[in-house]
Design a protein around this ligand. Sequence first.
Ligand code: ADP
Ligand code: GLC
Length: 477
Amino acid sequence: MKKILFVTSEAHPLIKTGGLADVCGSLPKALAELSNDIKLIIPNYQALKTSENVRFLCSVRVDNRNINILETRIPDSNVIVWLVDYPAYFNYPGNPYVDEKGEPWTNNAERFGLFCRIAVEASMDRIYQDWKPDVVHCNDWQSGLVPAFLSLEHDRPSTVFTIHNMAYQGLFPASTAALLNLPGQLWHPAGLEFHEMVSFIKGGLVYADHITTVSPTYALEIQTPEFGYGLEGLLDHRKEFLGGIINGIDLDQWDSETDPLITQPYTAATLNKKHFNKSALQARFALPVNDNIPLFGLIGRLVEQKGIDLILECLPEMVNLNMQFVLLGSGDKNFEKQLKKLALEHPDKIAISIGYDEALAHLIEAGADIFLMPSRFEPCGLNQMYSQRYGTIPIVRKTGGLADTVTDTLPETLANHTASGIMFTEAGSGALLEAIKRALILYSIPETWKKMQLNAMKKDFSWQNSAEQYLALYESL
Ligand code: ADP
Ligand code: GLC
């Protein structure tokens, strides 16, 4: 049994902006089920919601400030959560990273710098709870300073740093080094400095005992200039301590058999009931309700990573085909504007919902026939796994976790019962459109389509396997 402190800036259902929350809300539960003693530490944002009791745990003094730590649980689990309660930094409307207007908090370095300091105090049991972890598992740049600070401590726990996305590095002006009181041992080009900036992510990449990322393919990709953003050299240097462990999915939340957020639950054996969800989805988006029209869905942050520009280039051609397209997402205002314009021009084919809507995300996974995920890069990606679980065939680009979790439909993969999606390689609208047409041909052959759906639904995306890999890693440290 290991004692693990899991450090994260988001965890579903407490607070979520993307897949990081899904993973940090479900992996700890899976580790606890393997009888580990795991606690989560996370900032107490104003937007954080919990159905569980919250109690005062202790107060700790850091950087001349008194900070409270509160204690609660991940809802419907036994996993303890420590909330870092510092209202001057966290008690504002908005999400963990941006304010209500979508602008990054101007004091993000101080906010997450302080969060890291508190996580270090908890790691060293200087909060006097008689609990010192064996392993401190950090996630993404917001927790990057933890392995760096811990490297200066004697008798410290082992550290693991998981990269969920190399595109976000927590880069701040050099003056931040003084603001955060960074010790001289850490503030140099082989440490936290990156091109005369303070880099939070380097704290994890340089100082953690082991680095993981969320798929084996992405672990290789980030060692190249295209995906490494200037850190590929460092990652290559540390490659002996770098590996990929694919994310699992939380079957308590994402299972078409038990999902309370969809219109009609179904299983592989009752796949004929899936279409009730399609009708509900078409009605919800005021599209013609017709089971014979192939329905494409997309859910996600509207950012370049997700290949939204490729979708925008394809849609004018797609509307000439027999199809419908629904999208749920928010992000880049320019993408939002262009998508809305297309929906206005083709109200019977394209429908867009701008915003964040948990229930609608579930209905799209259940109701769509085909899920579009043409990402330019994708460290793991969760929606393509949810889609397969729901018998909704994903179209994905061959990158990162998409390449690792979807099996392209080819004569040989149909023959060996593994075909579960459509994959294309080149990041261009021509290649995407070809994949879309390929999907439509397969959709028009019901026996083949059903085979693909059943292959997809029987895949095992549960956490079991991956949680065991994390455990083996903790044990090796
Ligand atoms: P990323 O973490 O890069 O955003 P993932 O595929 O790993 O991508 O995870 C995204 C998660 O966020 C999924 O659970 C997805 O359903 C959810 N999500 C993204 N955008 C929205 C939205 N607008 N409304 C509801 N859920 C969303
Ligand atoms: C990041 C990545 C996504 C991954 C998620 C959870 O947000 O963009 O691919 O699935 O983290 O690891």
